[in-house]
Design a protein around this ligand. Structure first.
Ligand code: GAL
Ligand code: CA
Length: 341
């Protein structure tokens, strides 16, 4: 090496050491948060709105001088597809993953892939079982407490029934009800149903369960199932409890196809507060919903991603049980729906 080159090399080394010292960072700390988002099914109404919120929050990090990239993949319901997508996102250089499992009981392959490259995973919305969360210490979960949403839906129904004696249309002192359930095995399906019904019973309301149907969170399926229920029970149904807004809207769609008069309609309750759900509350077609805080979840995921990648700010994250974050639900009725636009 010539003297000039040696001098140059020495100078560059000094400059880079100086830069590292002044930033206070480890030499291998990345300067960009490259987030890979794996979604179980982007045609799910709530999740597509959820993903829009996350994109906004990740963009917002730029205002704090944090560079970000976001790669989103849709597994369309298949765990195998999702495993391949995670492989692809890791190969593309993602340094943190945000995973909405297709099958919430089957995260092992994804955990192994991420662990091999030391890339942390934030699971969201579809909660892995507790033992799987113990497979590695860089696993996190962001979501909401299913029980709380069920209790709130029950409370909304109690308030409506106590307030309006016409809901018991046949005046037999009991409320004839049906339930539209989400995917079997999902923490938000069975737990919501149980707690909504328990809350009604505990408040002294006499219930008569006519039937329940599984409609996998989906509006079209719910419409179809509800058409069957209407054919079977005619005007008997007084209350429809749906595990989410899209299924409550599907039930409303079914009544529209039968051209029911207002006085023959049951009351409907959903959960989520999607755009269409809130609009139906505003129009008085849905008696109530329970707001699922997608904005809050997206905000905390953006912060956590940045903290995990950049190595600072973990102390500001409001963890429960070290690695879980649950954002609260809120009840929505005609009275307060404008607060949620
Ligand atoms: C629930 C939500 C449903 C559906 C489901 C998918 O939390 O209420 O609408 O999006 O997650 O996992
Ligand atoms: Ca009745």
């Amino acid at each position: 090496m010539s003297r000039k080159k040696k001098w140059m090399a020495g100078f560059l080394l000094l400059v880079s050491i100086q830069l590292l010292v002044s930033c206070g960072k480890q030499p291998d700390t990345p300067d960009t948060v490259s987030l890979g988002v794996a979604c179980y099914n982007q045609s799910d109404a709530f999740l597509s709105e959820w993903i829009d919120c996350l994109k906004k929050e990740m963009d917002g990090l730029k205002n704090e001088g944090i560079m970000t990239t976001v790669l989103i993949r849709d597994a369309a319901g298949s765990q195998r597809t999702q495993n391949d997508q995670v492989k692809e996102m890791l190969a593309a250089g993602c340094n943190v993953l945000c995973v909405n499992l297709a099958d919430r009981t089957d995260p092992s392959e994804i955990i192994d892939l991420a662990r091999e490259q030391d890339v942390p995973i934030i699971f969201f919305n579809r909660e892995p079982v507790a033992e799987d969360m113990l497979q590695w210490d860089k696993l996190y979960y962001v979501g909401a407490d299913a029980k709380q949403s069920g209790v709130m839906q029950g409370e909304l129904a109690v308030a409506a029934i106590e307030d309006n004696s016409r809901i018991d249309r046949n005046k037999d002192g009991k409320i004839q009800y049906v339930v539209l359930e989400g995917e079997p095995g999902h923490q938000d399906a069975i737990i919501r149903t149980e707690n909504a019904v328990e809350t009604l019973k505990n408040s002294g309301i006499e219930l008569e369960k006519l039937s329940f149907q599984i409609a996998n969170w989906n509006r079209a399926q719910a419409k179809n199932r509800m058409q069957q229920l209407i054919s079977q029970y005619q005007n008997e149904i007084e209350l429809v409890l749906a595990n989410n807004d899209d299924m409550a809207l599907g039930a409303l769609d079914a009544y529209e196809t039968f051209n029911h008069t207002e006085s023959a309609l049951p009351v409907f309750f959903g959960i989520d507060g999607t755009k269409a759900g809130l609009l139906a509350v505003t129009e008085g077609r849905l008696s109530g919903t329970v707001y699922h805080d997608k904005e809050g979840q997206a905000e905390v995921i953006a912060k956590l991603s940045a903290a995990l990648v950049l190595g600072e700010g973990m102390d500001e994250i409001p963890f429960e049980n070290e690695r879980y974050i649950y954002l609260p639900y809120q009840k929505v009725t005609l009275e307060n729906v404008t607060d949620f636009d």
